[in-house]
Design a binder for this molecule. Sequence first.
Ligand code: AGP
Length: 605
Amino acid sequence: MCGIIGFTGELPVKDILIDGLEQLEYRGYDSAGIAMLDSKTGLIVKKKTGKVSYLREAAADIETDATCGIGHTRWATHGGVTDTNAHPHRCGKVALIHNGIIENYRELTVENGLKEKLVSETDTEVVAAFLDKVYEGDPYQAIKKVVKKLAGSFALCIMFEDHPGTIFAVRNVSPMVAAAFDGGSIIASDITAIINYSKKYFVVPEYDILTLSKDGIDIQDMKGNPVHPEILEVNWDVKSAQKGGYPHFMLKEIYEQPDALRNTVTPRVKNGLPYLLDDGIDDAVFENMKNITVVACGTAMHAGLVGKALIEARLRIPVTVEIASEFRYKDPIIDSDTLTIVLSQSGETVDTLEALRLAQRKGSKVLSLVNVKGSTIARESDYVMYTHAGPEIAVASTKAYTVQISAMYILACKIGLTKGIISEEEAKSFITELLDAGAIIEDTLKRADDIKRIANTIKTAPDVFFIGRKIDYTMSVEAALKLKEISYIHAEAYAAGELKHGTIALISENVPVIAIATQKDVYDKVISNVREVKARGAYVILVSMDDVIDDKKICDAQIRLSDVKEEFSVFATAVVLQLIAYYTSDAKGLDVDKPRNLAKSVTVE
Ligand code: AGP
């Protein structure tokens, strides 16, 4: 929910921190701030509400020789969006930034008599005050003492005024990666702020204390033992984390979907069949399984709905799709016969992470589909299938969604084959179609201008309805979220056959209804539902694979998809619905990549 960065080396640190915060701004942008250690004036702290660009302006006149500093871009959890609540928080000799939630900050304040030291409403400042209170000249001992008392999630970067050139760091649950390179040492919430300096990095181990200096990074566990984490290598380049000429990250990522799908599917096909051994997933994982539970949040959960529709239709294996934040508190009915599939683009969504842990406590094996290598969910799963969509920067998830669907499709094919439900021939035919999904998307992207024109017709609507049946209904659920989260138009998904049981009362003159009708066995049913809303004055946009329908009693506009096998229509439909949301938001002049109130990775509950 927040972006943090720390750098220490030989270079002037101010712009390094602010440039890095700009790379991390998609993680939250309510406010931003930096703290630097100047050789003469000591700790300098500058922080501002608003985007990083406001901080850059506010810090422009700061003259300093500092080569060591920390920076933070905030998504508010405790305390409003104010300059005082912005990070870094300084207390005495300590300056500190934090991503996460300290659940016992009130108790810590009372137990340690910190109230008088506090000026903000944040949980983070309590940690700074606590540290300053216990600090007697040894940062490692002070940090150890405080961290042992913290409850909740935290990624902390800390500076002590009397330790120039040095940054300390420690984490629990909230993400943090770091790298030492010939220009110094850097630490951040994720690799997008690091790849400018180093492609080699490591995930900061939980509850180990890092000391970053210009000469490298020292890591000790709580007992003082040295720690040497695995060094990972990022295969993303700086460019791939930039917009690449597109007006927004979201549009770039929509257009990256064909490659993202090929990069995710192709390495998992051998001799025309699904192949998961390179992922460390052997057939035994599926042989013993009797049912499947999918757990995720938001768009990831919607990808799970698509996977459910396919698995149940083709394999006749029951699949339950759970909202992670509900799953965690309902004492779910799962056991060792259940395979729990966890989906997460960021691999850091705390509701999904805690759901994963609950599933494991109940004896279920967890297989996760994750886009960020080395993320917490990936590391805690029993099995991981990384999706290879590359960095997804826009808050609204697009390419992660379609690659998650493709990964679910690979899994479905593998499960069917392993359990003898489908033949090798059927599996090969399915995989051939799946390998073609990228081309389906490329073909659909050719309709972008038509879709843009249609988006313009709904941009002033207060409400929009998406309807569909079967797998098209699962697509409408995702479509509604996409439109809501970036255009701020109220949108609702409805099972087409359910409309007449109440919601059709909301249909009046010109209310836009986007009907998805790609499933042949229920096509006529959907068209009759469309006629029902049309008869009540709705403005109907039909998304279908059939010929042109030139009948105003059915639809006012039509987006025709290429005629593909029904289960694979989802790749075309997804792109249409993503572009409708994108162009609507852009036509309204909104910040498509950073919609209000949202952040890319929800690492708080
Ligand atoms: C998607 O457009 C949203 N930004 C959001 O629903 C997101 O899918 C959800 O927070 C899950 O994130 P994850 O995939 O990183 O776990």
